[in-house]
Design a protein around this ligand. Sequence first.
Ligand SMILES: NC(=O)c1ccc[n+]([C@@H]2O[C@H](COP(=O)([O-])OP(=O)(O)OC[C@H]3O[C@@H](n4cnc5c(N)ncnc54)[C@H](OP(=O)(O)O)[C@@H]3O)[C@@H](O)[C@H]2O)c1
Length: 324
Amino acid sequence: MQAIVLTTFGGPESLELCDVPKPVPRAGQVLVRVHATSINPLDYQVRRGDYSDLVPVPAITGHDVSGVVEAVAPGVTAFAPGDEVWYTPQIFEGPGSYAEYHVAAESIIGKKPASLSHIEAASLTLVGGTAWEALIVRAALRVGESILVHGGAGGVGHVAIQLAKAVGARVLTTVREANFEFARSLGADVTIDYTKEDYVDAVMRETAGRGVDVVFDAIGGNTLSRSPDTLAQLGRVVTIVDTAQPQNVMQAWGKNASYHFVFTRQNRGKLDELSALVERGQLQPHVGAVYSLADIPLAHARLESRNNGVQGKIAIAVDRRLKL
Ligand SMILES: NC(=O)c1ccc[n+]([C@@H]2O[C@H](COP(=O)([O-])OP(=O)(O)OC[C@H]3O[C@@H](n4cnc5c(N)ncnc54)[C@H](OP(=O)(O)O)[C@@H]3O)[C@@H](O)[C@H]2O)c1
């Protein structure tokens, strides 16, 4: 089969298109023909060597699968050949999705929503599972509450806005002015251009000094330190960015704030929850660009560059019959 192999840690040129053996499913596993995958920051972080202790090279990376079941091993009961499925491969555990075939445990696989194409479905598994875990499971966002979504035009951010609206929350988001219309089309109530004004001042202005109930941190940097300045009493900060930057959270005490650190976990339950929202028309992944399997190095360079003009996700058409 064809796969993009990370031969050594480094720049996008470290990703090479190779012919490698097709994987064989063991007991409880499913062999899937991958139709589409997508690009996530985790992929270029792995490629650079940020997780070299967890991902030895050579390695096949990639963290989104949408495809069709080719074969099932003994013990599999929920799926059969021909089923359309979607999932996030176990992170840091074995080959990823940058390949024509992938093998995964039945327990982490979900039935692909019928209303999504493979390109769209592959653009939602990781970012959707992450936003669900952060906003619904950990921050427990409630009807009528308010949330500040950092990075609202990005992969996770554009899903977080839609989930927060599906819950019935008021959504404020930090995006460049060029993405104001996009963020509002997703349901954002307030858009803040973080390159033009201090988001803390903007949030306090837009909430009449009360602050927001939840801050969703998808950008890192000093966000953990500054978040209390945007929070209401008993507010929650939920972060998905493992930043090593030292933080000063002294202000958190005054707000009786709580912090949640999320590293997304793979399970079918979340996929089924996302699928229900998709089928109800409350969640739609936005695909900002599509590349071929062979052009994954170009897609990496694009995602890694700031202000890259991509709204939502960069998807990869693994099946050469899929339109770019
Ligand atoms: N813990 C987990 O389980 C988990 C899961 C998924 C992702 N993540 C992490 O979450 C982060 C976001 O992932 P993603 O897929 O959403 O990435 P992405 O698609 O690259 O989106 C990031 C967005 O943030 C915007 N941005 C950058 N700096 C900003 C700032 N200071 N204020 C406001 N917006 C800013 C970027 O836009 P501009 O650059 O154009 O402004 C871009 O739209 C990454 O660090 C990723 O590793 C963690």
